[in-house]
Design a protein around this ligand. Structure first.
Ligand SMILES: O=C(O)[C@H](O)[C@@H](O)[C@H](O)[C@H](O)COP(=O)(O)O
Length: 265
């Protein structure tokens, strides 16, 4: 086990966004110095809005504080099997909240959507297989790799402890080999989705959760303080990736949580 996750808690959404910006840009700068691109995966929910607040804020002018979007490859940690312009699409959400608002001088990232031709398929397995092929092109172009190593995966946490489209008690949590899995019966609509698997999430260089609001405090207690929460998907990410995991929360989300938390990175 690789140590404990980092739990941060901030008084305001502005403070959270500022710290998240610093964190994401440090991940970017490390990735660019290592291999010239920044490869990340993002979830839906409130995350794209928070991310936009963080990344579209004015830079202090230093290269370290500047998003170099033209070197970014953005994948989806999970996606719903719907057309890309559908209101349930995480791709559409990310475009609306962030991508379409990036000033031209910062460049444009390469965004990797699901293959829209297969969203109506009875079984989303083909969608998952095609998304894996896209990952192969990006992560295994020259070598054969066992697992893609994202520079950063940005996640949300549902009130039931789910993350990506990995839901509590689901057989997918035991997946060891697949990179991308199909979900046909999600307890949260829409039912058909694809998701990165737990091994892909925990192998990332860095993993960050954003969880805010009083609606999260019960599940945060389960994840961080209670034995009974240890099998929840978000807790499994903590256990599998330890100190590589950072949680960005606000005070209401961690009210009553005993696990030690810090107010800055
Ligand atoms: O596909 C989904 O069902 C959502 O994207 C979901 O996974 C979301 O990330 C969490 O429920 C956290 O949501 P909030 O960030 O809005 O709390």
């Amino acid at each position: 086990m690789a140590g404990h996750p980092n739990l941060y808690s901030f008084p305001t959404s502005d403070a959270l966004a500022a710290q998240l910006r610093g964190y994401v840009l440090r991940c970017q700068n490390t990735a660019l110095s290592r291999h010239g691109t920044f490869r990340l995966a993002v979830s839906g929910g409130s995350l794209p809005t928070v991310l936009a607040k963080a990344l579209l804020a004015p830079s202090n002018g230093s290269p370290e504080d500047t998003p170099q979007f033209s070197k970014w490859h953005i994948f989806f940690a999970d996606e719903r099997a719907v057309p890309l312009d559908h209101e349930d699409s995480n791709y559409r959400l990310l475009n609306d909240e962030l991508i379409n608002k990036i000033p031209a001088e910062l460049g444009a990232p390469v965004v990797h959507p699901i293959d829209e031709k297969h969203v109506e398929d009875e079984d989303p397995q083909e969608l998952a297989d095609l998304y894996r092929e896209d990952l192969m092109r990006e992560f295994a172009a020259k070598d054969s790799v066992k697992i893609p190593i994202f520079d950063l995966i940005l996640l949300g946490c549902g009130p039931d402890g789910h993350t990506c489209s990995l839901f509590p008690g689901h057989a997918l949590l035991r997946e060891k080999d697949a990179w991308v899995a199909a979900e046909t019966n999600s307890p949260k609509p829409p039912p058909k989705r694809i998701t990165l698997t737990l091994p892909v999430v925990t192998h990332a260089v860095s993993i960050a959760f954003v969880a805010t609001g009083a609606g999260k405090k019960e599940i945060m207690k389960q994840i961080f303080d209670l034995e009974e929460g240890s099998s929840l998907p978000s807790a499994l990410v903590n256990q599998g990736a330890g100190e590589k995991v950072s949680w960005f929360t606000d005070h209401p989300a961690v009210d009553g949580v005993s696990f030690p938390r810090r107010g800055s990175l």
